[in-house]
Design a protein around this ligand. Sequence first.
Ligand code: ADP
Ligand code: MG
Length: 723
Amino acid sequence: MIQGHTFPNKKFYVGLQETPLMTGKNLTTPLQFLKGVGEKRAELFEEELNLTTFEDLLHYYPFRYVDRSKFYTISELSATPTQVQVKGRFTRSELLGTGNKKRLTARFTDNTGTVECVWFKGLKYISEQIKPGVDYVLFGKPSIFNNRLNFTHPEFETLQTFLNKTAAPFTPVYPLTEKIKKFRINARVIQKLTRELLQELKPVIRDHYPEEFRKKYNLMHLYSALQHVHFPENMKTLEQARFRLKFDELFFIQLFILKSKIKRESAIKGIIFPNVGHFLNTFYKKHLPFELTNAQKKVIKEMRHDMKSGLQMNRLLQGDVGSGKTLVALMIAFIAADNGYQSALMAPTEILAQQHYKSLREMIGSLDYKIALLTGSTKIKARRELHEKLRNGEIDLLIGTHALIEDEVKFHKLGLVIIDEQHRFGVAQRARLWRKDIQPPHVLVMTATPIPRTLALTVHGDLDVSVIDELPPGRKPVETHHRFEDKRANIYKFMRQQIAQGRQIYVVFPLIQESEKLDFQNLEAGYERITKAFPAPKYKTVMVHGQMKPDEKEEKMQQFVRNEAHILVATTVIEVGVNVPNASIMIIESAQRFGLSQLHQLRGRVGRGAAQSFCILLSPYKISQSTRQRLGIMTQTNDGFQIAEEDMKLRGPGNIDGTQQSGDPYDFKIASLTQDQSILILARQAALEILKKDPELKEPVHKPIAKQMNQRHPKEINWRQIS
Ligand code: ADP
Ligand code: MG
């Protein structure tokens, strides 16, 4: 059996090419007009599988295939999770029970043994098909029932019918709902309809790629690919067909992204920063407290290059927590200042904005570079003064939260916008920045959520990517352990020892919207448990969560920052960016409920000071194998990229933290971002190659490609609005 993969049951118009002079059936013909469908079934298809047109059904791909070339003997059978087929005869069948319990049983024999068959539905129809003395092919999943081999709801047909079919050895299996199966629409019905469909559409389907292109990238003709994905002749043609269809899905996304990017680059001129001067040089020589890591040097160089290229920079800076992104941001802000431009740095929370403000001020020391802070709590008078200075160009770097993008904030010459931890900033918020100036500033988006390469190329395919893949020297990796909740007493003992050594501790609880109420109770119960185990006045514990008033939250947070509390009990509000180097223990309650990337982010809160840090993942004893595996990954590696890759493999690309706001990570029918990385890279290369020759896709040979792209991705990206 060949495993495919499932795909979401969602409408998706693929938009194949059609010949202009079509009469009769075409891709948009409603399914009810396909032979064998009719009104009733068409309704079912629409309701249950979201299929309405010929085209929809054509792209309703099998999710696996069964090898029908192999027969088993009954003596060979055992309970297996796979479907098998046997040849033989029915020896007896009878209808048993009444009402709900009604069932049909039969015995099926070859000369090696006997199996029991049982059906609970469609009894009349099935019993009519069972005839004594006739050879049948029986197909189903063997199981053991009452110590005997049994088939529940097997399919069967006469051997003659089986032999008469020009059946391909691989039989497609389609994802179907229970309801549709009740109406006796099974895999076999779909097969029949699909065969009919392929016949009807044969004159209509044209390949959108030129022959030469197909040869170059080894792509099967589109029609053959569709034929073979439903009815493969063998493993090889199946693979070729799947490759072709996956390529299509990935290619048109890349083409769309890259074409938009090229368009943006030609339409929007970037501000040119040719100089490095006073600020950067003085800081580098006199104020920088440590050596830059090689990775920091590399990414700064990449950005410098962007900012003098004449193109507008749109760059994503990825770097694990603690890798020193803030310093990089400061250095490129100096470059802007050296060329007479101001910069803005946006943080997702007020606490973070304040931390940036404080640490950057400390870092620049006596340098005559003016940094200001603007947040929601900046008082009106101070705010007015600040606006004034900003307009006069007396401020070089404005740090803030979203208050930064309010309309009354006007810059003298804004040249660079840096967005920290971008996943808290939606596309719409970024769009507001855009309107601030006629000439758009360079944009740097920083994130500590490592994004797997395939995902970065699709979701952020228009951004250039820089990666800091090295931590500053001297960091001790956080030691991570997974413990069961019944070991809490031991953990408390460990916590007391650490507190005695002057350390501080985070205890984090999940608070997830869907189960908010229950989670909240857990959080409060957890807080009580801890204050009991760590009684005042010897110990001080504070709690913060999202439902608190901002002031109160802020105050509690600050107590912890100032080392006035030993333990901070919190929800994931502390996830992003908070910096308390003295906190060296991270305890995560119900760790099984967090995604890997989120666990990694939380863990990044510790390991910032000189002390050895620890992260303890608590979970109940009873967790699934895959959860155990997931938590195991955390204990084995501190590498954010590896964790992100594993997370994507386990949860699928749609669920990765930090991408939800970036638009739908595409609704693939056959391609998979986790499995088809090499096809993706090939498709991107192919797209680039075409665009290099013909950026507007205007040449006649590329017209069908352009049309196809527009059908699949009808929205133009508006670069004036979206960075
Ligand atoms: P993040 O990438 O998570 O935003 P930060 O910029 O907050 O990381 O940096 C974490 C800490 O590392 C800060 O205290 C910063 O001063 C320090 N740091 C940054 N670069 C270096 C370096 N090259 N060498 C030593 N320490 C550094
Ligand atoms: Mg940071």
